[in-house]
Every structure is written in C-alpha cells, then in structure tokens.
Write a protein that binds this ligand. Structure first.
Ligand code: WTA
Length: 632
C-alpha cells in the first residue's frame, strides 16, 4: 500500500467528471466555448478513425486567443517575465507582446509567407521565440520549432521534410556561460536548399556572423513595419504547428497539431491541473523546443492571460541554486519541472533550497518521465513545505496536452507519490494486454486511449500511412502511446516507462533506431545496438554496443571519440551514450532480432533471464566480460 497525501486547494467541482463520463463529445463542446471563436462550429467531432476533426466549421485563431482578447483588460499585465542566463531581465506585458507579434506577422507577410507555409524556428529561450510562433499563428503559417541543442544534420532533415521557406534563428544563444553559434549551424544546414528563401537573424549574443543575401536581421525588418495585423480567421483544424519527435523508426516524425481542438485541450487542462488564477506567477522550466514548452509555456498560459517566467539558460548556472533564486525573485506560485531536474537538485541537499524564501509556492508539477517516490516526497517536503499539491502529468508530443494528472483546480483527491493518478476528464484511458483485453488491477499492461480527444495530433506531416501504423494499428481504433502502465485498486494509473524502442534521457525522447543508424553510418561500423540503463539523475542513460567491420584495427579510443563526435554532429549532444562497448557480435534470436532485453540486463549488471531463443550464447559471455572489464 503506497502512502497517500491529501492536500487540496479548496476546489470541489463534483459535476465536471460526471458530465465528462456521460458524453465526452458534448463535454468537450462545452469546454470549447471558453475560447473566442470568429464563427461557431456546426459539428463538435468528425471521427473517421483514425482521423479526428474537432469543432468542424468553426473559425478561430491561436494568436487572437493568446493576445487580442486580453487587450481591454490586461494590456499592462506582464505576460512574460524573462530572465536571461547572464542576469539580464525584461518584461513583456500583454500590450507589448500584442504589438511585437503584429509587427513580426507583417514582417513574415512582407517576405511572402502565406497561410499554410512552413516556417522553421531555431532560437534560444528568448521572448522573440514565442513572438515568432504567435506571428506565424496569426497569419496561418505553420511553425516548426527545432530545439536549439540539435545539430546541423538534424535541423537539415527537419527543414527538408517541412520544406520551410523561411528560417528564423539567432547569432547565438547562451548555455552555461558559453555562446552556442546557432547561425553557423543554420548556414551549414541550409547550404543546399534553394527553397529556403530567407533567414531571419536575431542578434542575441552579438558574436560575429556571416550574412549572405538570403539573411535579414530581425531588428532591421522590425524597424519600420506596421504594428497592425489582423488575425486570420482559420478553420478549427487548420495546422498550427509541426513538432518533430523521435520514434521507433529511423527518422524523426513530424507531429502535426491543429488549432481549435488543441487550444481547447490546453485551456481546459491548464485550468483544471494548475488551478490558474489571475494573481498567479507561473514558471514552467521546459525549453520551447519541446512540446511542454509549446503547450504550457507558449499557448496555455497566454490563453488564460497568466503571468509567467521564461528562463533562458541552464537550471544549474551559475550554480544549482538558480531555480530557487528565480522562484524567490519573482514570487512564483506554480512551478512545473522535470524529475531529472528534481533529482539533480535533491542530490545537492536541503540547505540550498532552504536558504531561499519559497513561501509564494502553492502548486508543484512534474512532466516527462516517471518520478521516483522518494524524489516526489522530497519535492513535496523541501520545496512545497507540505502545503502544495503535486501534479504528476503524463502526456506526449502527440497528445498535445495532459492526459493523466490530478486536478487541484477541480477536486481534492489523495495523491500517491509516483502515480499520475487519474485520466483527464473526457478521455478514455485503459490498461490492456497484448490482445486488447483490460488487465486486472495491479497488473502491468499497455496504456491505450480509446476515444479521440481534442488535443490529439491531426496526423504525421506528409505521412498519413505512418500515422495509422505507428499509433493505430496495434489495437483497432485505439491510440497506442507506447507506454507500460498499471492501474491500482483505486483506479490510479502508474506509468512504468516505454514499451517500445524509445529512450527517455533526462526526459528527452531518443529513438534507438535513429541512434543506431547514426552509429552504423560510420565507415568502420558493421552493426550496433543501443539501450537505456537506469541513472540516478537522468532517469536513463544510453549504452551502445558496436560491432566493427572485419579488418578494422583502428585504436578503440580513437574510434570511440569519432563516434561521439558523429552522434553530436548528426543528432546532438543529448544522444551521446554514456558508454560505448566494442563487441564481436550482438546477441540475436534465431530469427536475427537483436535481444535488447539481454543487453539492458548486462549493462545493468543484472542476472540475465531466459536465453533459450538466443542463437549464439557466446555473444552474451563476451559482452558480459567486456562490460565488467570497463566498469572496473
Ligand atoms: C514519458 C513529454 C511517466 C512517457 C510531455 C511518454 C512520462 C513520453 C510522464 C512522451 C509522466 C511523459 N510519467 N512518464 N508524468 N510524462 N512521460 O513526447 O514515456 O517528449 O510516452 O512528451 O514521456 O514524451 P514527449
């Protein structure tokens, strides 16, 4: 029996779940009325499995809902309190953002950007990033933000796949006091792309950059442009953005999100889970390059007219007190971060957070990976001082917004450290076996979603077939997220990690296939298998097993270095393995499938289970001795 913590914020809406359970379609219909629509919808849901259209016939604009609707009441209210890594700070009110977004929307128009065109954004965590996204949304262009830690090769793939005619970047970005030269990465990424017409460059770090005829400086473009640009009236299912994410296939997939359904999901979950009030100061630590930043830094807080902190740099720069310093400085009331960050903070003990005044906090949240119960309890006690509920929110890039979370803005339920608790109202979530039959309580199974929900992806960019096979083919008419889960006797959900070949490193998604194909593209490598093993801070770290081509005699230290460089260049530093082991063969089944389960057990120093399907047992003994040797 796990411990329970009952702590509420005084909300008790007994009707919400009842309504959701009786008819999820009319439930979401009611929620959609919280947004401002240019014209109403005629049908709430058009469900032609696996394609869902929400609020069909309605017209709406994300930027209008984030900005225009607040101008009469909140134009002087801070929307973004921006904190630079180097201590710079800046405030953007709702009025300021409104002007900047309209100006930048006019810039995009002046460069020929039209409704439906794609715009790639490769910027650090600066206010111009949400400004650029909202400007795209305003004119109906589809933004595709790429995390500024990705390499030139990764960004090249994404620009090519989305055929973006405009790329927005900065001269550089600050990370742990160093300048990351983003413009150089873009120069490299687009050198062969005729279809990229312009690169807009924001000057953030003032490092020297090369400007070609395609390049335009942000400040020059903004100087004389008009600050008035009406929001386009767009159909509810008009694509708002593409966000690339790693999966089980070699190349990242372009998850495509719409507008009306997505915004309804975000508006609702932000209210229910975070209990957002006009007086709150919200701080989500996610980088906007990931979905958490899209949904709960850019869109959800702005829809509610909330005030939020946006922080530019690393959470431990100049030291590990930086987050607590920001919470104290800005009187943050709601804090949303990752288990990886919390594990790191916890390692440094209680004295550091205890030396800050964190009394403004009233609600805490986590996202991105399972949280260990002991870390949950530390967060609850040391940061929340036993007075803040913790929401453990499970969701994905594809779901658009939270799907499982406790909802302090709606009800008070006992919290159990390590459990995401209950599904979001209006969603149908089950845990099933291989055949789709619901498993008994306390049994591990696969998480599935049985009904469409408003924040769900529209499809994968340019690949409806892949969308069908990746998410909708394992169980008929059910969405398969690829996670293991368990439902306990109280109906609480416990998320038990990925059931597929996707790794979660410090909360970031990395596909094993993507990493393996990068390693194998090295001329000396014949074969490779990667897997994740548990790590005290990052949740999981990568280990890679590499088989070299016959006759390769290069020094292993040099090879190892080369592979690290290659991974950094092809994907980015986040995909760097903790260990690379050179082996003569990989453990495979008789049908030739790599047995990753065995590699994982060996990497973990665990007993290996059943090896009866193994083709050649000597592969295992060799790997065991190499791993043991390296760990000495
Ligand atoms: C994992 C991040 C346990 C899960 C928003 C999911 C979690 C993947 C949780 C999606 C959580 C996310 N507890 N696991 N609270 N939240 N995950 O697309 O494996 O980057 O499938 O979206 O993160 O990762 P993504």
């Amino acid at each position: 029996m796990s411990e329970k913590y009952t702590i509420g914020l005084g909300n008790n809406d007994v009707i919400l779940r009842k309504k959701a359970n009786s008819d999820f379609v009319s439930f979401w219909d009611e929620q959609a009325h919280n947004l401002s629509w240019f014209s109403p919808w005629d049908r709430t849901l058009d469900w032609t499995p696996p394609f869902a259209k929400w609020f069909v016939g309605g017209t709406i604009n994300a930027s209008y809902n984030a900005l225009d609707i607040h101008q009469n009441t909140k134009s002087d209210k801070p929307a973004i309190l921006w904190e630079g890594e180097n201590g710079d700070s800046k405030t953007y009110t709702y009025g300021d953002l409104f002007i900047e977004v309209q100006k930048f929307a006019n810039v995009l128009k002046s460069l020929g950007v039209k409704k439906g065109d794609r715009v790639t954004i490769y910027l650090p965590m600066v206010p111009e990033l949400p400004i650029a996204m909202l400007a795209c949304a305003r004119i109906g262009a589809i933004h595709t933000v790429v995390f500024s830690g990705f390499s030139a090769a990764s960004i090249k793939d994404r620009i090519e796949d989305s055929k973006s005619k405009i790329v927005i970047t900065a001269d550089g970005g600050y990370r742990r006091g160093k300048i990351i030269k983003l413009k150089e990465v873009i120069d490299d990424a687009i050198k062969d792309f005729e279809f990229v017409e312009h690169v807009i460059v924001l000057e953030r770090t003032k490092n020297k950059i090369y400007l070609s005829t395609k390049d335009k400086l942000w400040k020059d473009l903004m100087e004389t442009i008009s600050d008035s640009c009406d929001a386009e009236k767009l159909p509810s299912d008009h694509p708002l953005y593409i966000l690339y994410t790693s999966g089980t296939t070699g190349k990242p997939k372009g998850v495509l999100h719409g507008t009306g359904g997505y915004l309804t999901h975000l508006y609702s979950t932000f209210k229910w889970a975070f209990d957002i009030k006009d007086s709150d100061v919200f701080f989500c630590t996610a980088d906007i390059g990931w979905v958490t930043g899209h949904s709960y830094v850019v869109y959800a807080p702005l829809l509610h007219g909330a005030t939020q902190i946006m922080y530019e740099g690393a959470p431990d720069f100049p030291d590990v007190s930086r987050m607590w310093d920001i919470l104290q400085k800005y009187h943050v009331s709601i804090f949303y971060t990752t288990p990886t960050a919390l594990r790191m903070f916890m390692k440094f003990g209680d004295d550091i957070p205890n030396s800050f005044d964190l009394s403004s906090l009233r609600l805490l949240g986590t996202v991105g990976e399972p949280i260990n119960p002991e870390v949950w309890k530390w967060y609850y006690k040391t940061i929340g001082k036993e007075k803040c509920p913790i929401i453990d929110t499970w969701w994905q890039t594809e779901t658009g917004g939270m799907m499982i979370s406790s909802l302090p803005g709606v009800e008070t339920i006992p919290l159990k450290p390590g459990s995401g608790t209950l599904p979001i109202p209006g969603t149908a979530i089950s845990v099933v076996d291989e055949f789709g039959t619901e498993v008994p309580p306390n049994t591990k199974g696969y998480l599935i979603i049985k009904n469409p929900w408003p924040g769900m992806l529209l499809t994968l960019w340019g690949d409806d077939e892949k969308y069908k096979t990746v998410y909708w083919s394992k169980y008929p008419n059910c969405y398969y997220p690829g996670d293991y889960a368990l439902k306990d006797d109280d109906g609480y959900l416990w998320l038990l990690g990925r059931a597929d070949d996707v790794l979660k490193i410090a909360g970031h998604r990395i596909g094993t296939a993507e990493l393996e194909s990068c390693i194998v593209s090295n001329d000396d490598v014949a074969e490779s298998a990667v897997c994740g093993i548990p790590d005290d801070i990052k949740g999981e770290v990568i280990i890679a097993f590499v088989v070299l081509k016959d006759g390769i005699t290069t020094d292993k230290n040099i090879l190892e270095k080369n592979l690290h460089v290659q991974i950094r260049n092809d994907i980015g530093a986040i995909a760097s393995p903790k260990q690379i082991y050179f082996v003569s063969k990989l453990p495979k089944t008789r049908s030739g499938k790599i047995m990753r389960r065995l590699l994982k057990s060996i990497g973990n120093g665990e007993k290996i289970g059943d090896t009866s399907t193994l083709d050649d047992v000597s592969a295992v003994t060799e790997i065991q001795s190499i791993v043991q040797e390296k760990s000495k």
